[in-house]
Design a protein. Structure first.
Lengths: 444, 175
């Protein structure tokens, strides 16, 4: 039977077929960060004599809270730091670190055809490279570090065909928010989303990462994009410069368990209005008339309310979804020569991204606009540090989750692309970049 | 293995792991004490728990445990004494984490779950995959046959440790 790309990667990693549709899947790379790794590392130390399957198949870093914000997070970092040193594991400490899903590809640790696992749900980001990359729990990560493999139910595969050409003002963020709205916020559960079609081929690697990053927000096990010349060029420019990989492709007429076609040329810039990422609408649209009461109540919105009438209290550009250099360039284009009206936090996805942004002078543009330019961290995306929201306040964010309380108890989150966040920061309400240009053209 | 206990019913869908335990409690290097903060991110979560302080079986709606991969969600349930969660569907990562921590994730049709939301006590025969609410007729369910063994027998890590020689042989053959 002609096979999907995912099926090929899966089949190449099956160590043993197990009962109940499960399989023992070999893991080529385990990514380990300070929040979810310590209990597993300590369990292996205590119960299995500290023996790892292959330390060289692990890369570790401090990413969520960098540097530590208190004694507890300092201990988490200390445990990972000492463990990595003791085990000879590649380790990226503060100063040389980044959000794992940004750092791993930029260093060239991931290559097409690999399997990658990490105790972090957004590991699906790395599917952009034609790898099978997935988030797992701490115990499963410990298992992968101990025995080199995972126990997984074989996922079904959904061909998500993104046809046509994305409009110039639409981005991968708008594309993936539209995918989630189309298949539903749990519509991907049990599936890997195999992204195909002309709109996917046209995306840069950074944009493919944004697309795959939010596969989990449809409940999917992962997203995956076939490697091509764009992938090869990106990887060749990384310090790791991985070689020897094969660009696996789906066979013509490959079997898929589901198939959805989305016309990318019809995708408009969108912002979320509700309490899951599928609840989003075009920026020039309105909060839907049939929006669930629970979502409206939490978000403090009325049905039919124009999206651009929603005033904000804070703006955040960062997170594993949209914090790469291309994202920062788009935000800078909007912020150049303008001022923000609300507190605006801009957090690069890695220290390498930060240094590149500074070489290009983006940090000056941001700070001249009145934004706070920080070092790399997961920051307020998960309500952990560096910009957590107060109850009832509203933030437009380039991150990935708008669940109740995600960025702080009672805080309200609107998800959008970086340029849209920047435009909203300038106007103090939800806004598209084009709107600023139009407003400025009107004589005072 | 029989799991019997009082029911906590939370008639909400899509309870994500940030709601089960907010991120600012993810700062420990062990699992201890997570139960104290269970459902702190859920509107009225504390009230649910204070109304049913002895509950050990959670009945809830679809897509339970979506979002973040944090195993802290399963740890918090376990630490608070929960032994099983009954729902029409679970998010994948939580589903795996629950098995790995002996919190039995039981999937039943939505209509059946709706009827169980009103139950006071439920008895679950894990080995035979049946349950009974308030002494009623047995209801059959299906567990993952492999992961069920992680609950009934030795733990997940012990199972995987025994596979190491086989994995090494596979890797050597792969070249």
């Amino acid at each position: 039977m002609p096979r999907s790309l995912f099926a090929k990667v899966w089949d190449e990693h099956v160590v043993e077929e197990l009962a109940g549709g499960n399989a023992l899947i070999f893991v080529d790379l385990v990514v380990a960060h300070e929040i979810t790794t310590p209990p597993g590392a300590i369990a292996i130390e205590k119960q299995f004599d500290d023996r790892l399957y292959a330390p060289e198949r692990i890369v570790a870093m401090i990413d969520h809270v960098a540097p530590a914000k208190d004694a507890a997070t300092a201990l988490q970092a200390h445990v990972v730091r000492t463990w990595a040193k003791r085990q000879g594991i590649r380790f990226h400490d503060i100063g040389d670190n980044g959000i794992c899903h940004v750092l791993v590809p930029e260093r060239g640790y991931v290559a097409p055809g690999m399997t990658v696992a990490c105790g972090d749900s957004h590991t699906c980001t790395l599917g952009a490279f034609g790898a099978f990359a997935l988030g797992i729990g701490t115990t499963a990560q410990a298992g992968a570090m101990l025995a080199g493999c995972l126990v997984l139910q074989r996922p079904k595969v959904m061909n998500v065909e993104l046809a046509g050409t994305l409009a110039p003002d639409a981005t991968a963020k708008d594309l993936v928010l539209t995918v989630i709205k189309t298949i539903g916020f749990k519509g991907g559960t049990g599936y890997v989303l195999e992204f195909t079609g002309s709109a996917v081929r046209a995306l840069s690697m950074e944009q493919r990462m944004t697309l795959c990053n939010m596969a989990i927000e449809a409940g999917a096990t992962s997203g995956i994009v076939a490697a091509d010349a764009t992938t090869a060029a990106f990887l060749a420019a990384t310090p790791g410069n991985p070689t020897g990989w094969k660009a696996l492709q789906a066979d013509p007429g490959a079997h898929y368990d589901a198939h959805v076609v989305i016309d990318a040329s019809a995708v408009r810039p969108v912002i979320s209005w509700g309490i899951n990422p599928g609840e989003n609408a075009p920026i020039d649209g309105v909060v839907p008339l049939d929006a669930p009461a629970e979502s409206l109540s939490y978000m403090g919105l009325e049905p039919g309310q124009p999206m651009t009438s929603i005033a904000i209290d804070q703006a955040f550009i960062g997170s594993c979804t949209n914090s790469r250099i291309g994202d920062l360039r788009l935000a800078a284009e909007v912020l150049r020569g303008r001022k923000v009206r609300v507190p605006t936090i801009i957090t690069p996805g890695s220290q390498l991204v930060r240094r590149q942004a500074e070489r290009e002078g983006l940090h000056d543009i941001f700070q001249d606009a009145g934004a706070l330019w920080t070092h790399s961290s997961c920051g307020p995306c998960l309500g952990m540090s560096m910009g957590v929201l107060a109850a009832g306040t509203r933030c437009v964010s380039s991150s990935n989750r708008n669940f109740p309380g995600r960025m702080g108890d009672g805080g309200r989150v609107h998800l959008a692309a970086p340029a849209v966040v920047a435009a909203s920061a300038v106007l103090g309400r939800l806004a598209a970049p084009a709107e600023i240009v139009a407003l400025e053209a009107v004589p005072a | 293995m029989i799991v019997e206990g009082a029911v906590l019913a939370i008639p909400r869908a899509n309870i994500d792991t940030d709601q089960i335990i907010p991120a600012h409690y993810l700062t420990r290097i062990d699992e201890a004490g997570m139960g104290e903060h269970l459902f702190e991110g859920l509107p009225e979560g504390g009230r649910y728990l204070s109304d049913h302080p002895d509950a050990t079986i959670l009945v809830t709606r679809e897509n339970f445990g979506c979002g973040s991969s944090r195993e802290h969600a399963a740890w918090a349930l376990k630490d608070r004494g929960f032994r099983a969660v009954i729902a029409p569907s679970f998010a994948r990562i939580f589903h795996e984490n629950a098995y790995n921590n002996g919190v039995v994730p039981i999937i039943l049709p939505a209509q059946t779950v709706e009827s169980l939301l009103g139950a006071r006590r439920i008895a679950i025969d894990v080995a035979n995959e049946t349950l009974s609410a308030d002494g009623g007729a047995p209801i059959a369910f299906a567990l993952d046959p492999l992961r069920k063994q992680f609950v009934l027998g030795g733990g997940f890590l012990g199972y995987l440790a025994a596979k190491i020689p086989q994995v090494r042989a596979w890797e050597a053959a792969r070249g």
